[in-house]
Design a protein around this ligand. Structure first.
Ligand code: SF4
Length: 91
């Protein structure tokens, strides 16, 4: 079983820098609503050894993102069909 770390947790949000035409991952930060303030003040007892009791798999975020992208693409498809209909009707 894969070790539970911030890197594979759904609450870890990466930061990037833009260099030339690319984005480079530089570091990240916990975004858990109950932990982020404590982590910034270094009060969370998590020791960085995979014992965080708030850890959840990053696959949840990937699935949510994929679902959101598919919904956006379906909306775009609908809007493009409407635009195409209007343009064709105006010919
Ligand atoms: S919830 Fe825990 S494991 Fe997940 S990013 Fe925050 S500190 Fe790391």
């Amino acid at each position: 079983m894969e070790k539970r770390t911030c890197d594979n947790c759904r609450y870890y949000v990466y930061r990037y820098i833009k260099k030339n035409a690319r984005f480079l991952k530089v570091n990240g930060k916990c975004s858990h609503s109950e932990l982020k303030d404590a982590l910034e003040k270094k009060k969370h007892p998590w020791r960085g050894d995979g014992e965080c009791d708030r850890w959840e798999p990053v696959e949840i975020v990937k699935a949510e993102r994929k679902k959101a992208i598919l919904e956006t693409l379906r909306d775009m498809e609908k809007h493009l069909e409407e635009i195409a209909f209007i343009l064709k009707d105006d010919e």
